[in-house]
Design a binder for this molecule. Structure first.
Ligand SMILES: Nc1ncnc2c1ncn2[C@@H]1O[C@H](COP(=O)(O)OP(=O)(O)OP(=O)(O)O)[C@@H](O)[C@H]1O
Length: 254
């Protein structure tokens, strides 16, 4: 299954944000989206999720035009992982993950045995089944982020969009989330992940899209796309790329 976004223009009513953005993603790939604050990453996500109407261009999932897909159908194809936040209502972790099943059973139907099993399987896959009965609002930021990823997994969609999944996490939790992203891709998910850290793209990305002022600065395989020149121009700071063994590392000149 393939996600094809071609020549997309996106933005809000009366406020264009981006244009001419294309991305193509296959199962098993991790596409990292990088760009300065306010360049339009979240707006692009909202448009690809069908939450904002495109201002131009085309979005197709598995060869089907997005506008031909009903909302529950779209939810079965694409899951969205927002940045971890504390909801007002103290849901249990299991209930949070169960919400990922809504697309499979309708908004008002009671969760089936299969829904509960899918939620538990998602928690187990992320190795956080021991948190199932805990209050989500009382978890650490890293644990919350993993729960939101589990919720997306329970949705059983071929594509997952993650909006800065490592933001505000400590070093260890960042690595834990990146490791899970790699595992999900290895399991055949297609992943789009926004990040402010080029090293995270080097750690788990297969492709990268560098976006500035709502336009594509570079797009392609990570190593060819995130060059020192591109990153310097993207963030307006001198950046060098070093090789540590096989691994690339971003070194800002400070
Ligand atoms: N609901 C909205 N209505 C109008 N403009 C908005 C709305 N939300 C965001 N914007 C504007 O759209 C532009 C892109 O914002 P967006 O949140 O997509 O950027 P971003 O790249 O995700 O930023 P960050 O890295 O800081 O999260 C910004 O100029 C922002 O002010």
């Amino acid at each position: 299954m393939k996600l094809d976004v071609s020549d997309l223009a996106f933005g809000y009513p009366g406020f264009p944000v981006g244009q001419d953005v294309s991305l193509h993603l296959e199962a098993g790939e991790v596409l990292c989206l990088l760009g300065p604050n306010g360049c339009g990453k979240t707006t692009l996500f909202k448009t690809v999720m069908g939450l904002l109407p495109p201002r131009g261009g085309r979005i197709a999932i598995g060869g089907r035009a997005m506008e031909s897909l009903a909302r529950p159908e779209l939810a079965r194809l694409m899951a969205y992982v927002p940045q971890a936040h504390a909801p007002v209502f103290p849901y249990s972790v299991h209930d949070m993950v169960l919400m990922g099943r809504t697309a499979h059973r309708g908004l008002f139907a009671a969760p089936s045995k299969g829904d509960h099993e899918a939620a538990l399987a998602a928690l187990e896959q992320l190795e956080i089944a021991d948190l199932a009965t805990r209050d989500y609002t009382r978890l650490s930021g890293g644990q919350r982020q993993l729960v939101l990823i589990a919720r997306a997994l329970a949705q059983e969609s071929p594509f997952i969009l993650l909006d800065e999944p490592t933001a505000s996490l400590d070093f260890g939790n960042q690595l834990m989330v990146l490791e899970q992203v790699r595992r999900l891709a290895a399991d055949g998910k297609g992943i789009v992940m926004s990040t402010h850290d080029p090293d995270h793209a080097f750690a788990c990305g297969t492709r990268a899209l560098a976006m500035k002022d709502g336009r594509t600065l570079a797009n392609g395989p990570v190593a060819e796309t995130l060059t020192g020149e591109v990153l310097s121009s993207l963030y307006d700071v001198p950046v060098e790329i070093l090789l540590a063994g096989e691994r690339r590392i971003c070194l800002p000149a400070i």
